[in-house]
Design a protein around this ligand. Sequence first.
Ligand SMILES: [Zn+2]
Length: 316
Amino acid sequence: MRKKSRWLRVAIAAAVMSSMMVLAACGETGGESQAGEGKLKITTTTGMIADAAREVGGEHVEVTGLMGPGVDPHLYKASQGDIKKLEQADLILYNGLHLEGKMSDILINIGKSKPVAQVTKDIPESELLMVPYGDSQEADPHVWFDVAKWIRVTDTIRNTLIEADPDHTEDYNQQADAYITELEALHEEVSKSIASIPEASRVLVTAHDAFGYFGQAYNIEVLGLQGISTSAEYGANDVSELRDFLVDNKIKAVFVESSISPKAMEAIVAGAEEKGHAVSIGGQLYSDAMGQEGTEEGTYIGMVKHNTKTIVEALK
Ligand SMILES: [Zn+2]
């Protein structure tokens, strides 16, 4: 059973605009894309989306991801350089569901003059996890941690590229199919690995609630100190509740995230130790950003594999 709601901050700062669908002028095929040596210039927000766009687009696209390793998308503000990269793109891909909270206005604005696509738009509402958001509920944006949902996102990216650049339809279809085959294997692999953790130990404690879909898809309970967005504050109460949960349930390990300061989790580990229960930091997970470019963790598949391995080794 999931107990995460105890830890969710009810008052997530409502600083973001309501969710956007495709804002785009979809008719603009070709046109500008002819300028950059014939390649379709794509700018994405997160690295995960950039990776999928490269896999599907192959040699026909030139992809720039704005948010590099260690970057927290919830708090990210576009720099002047980023705005330039958005302006120069033929197509912009973003996650949506409030993930890029501070960039909403810019994306809406740019969507008036070129195609801007929300890659999560085809995930049916019934498959989104709803989480408390102020007085109402909002969808959890961290869909990439259920690989099956990321397959759907990959399909959306395929359709978006075909719409923007129909001349290369065949290649986009072929490359998307090949990538989706890899993702299907990954989904199986993660399922099997997580199932190998004894059920009583299958609890994933992290700094912020990025792993809700991971928990749902792979049957592991998930608790985060901070809410779905890192812009929510957490208080002394959350810290002591989480500490007591670790002590009461004899949880062996908790995890830090590459895009969030580890301080809070270190304090919780120290608190549990004071109460006579030893908890270790089980390792660093890539939650909202991938690893360094050129490393295995610098790809979506590598990041999911790294997380799964880290979780299994610490909890098994
Ligand atoms: Zn997050």
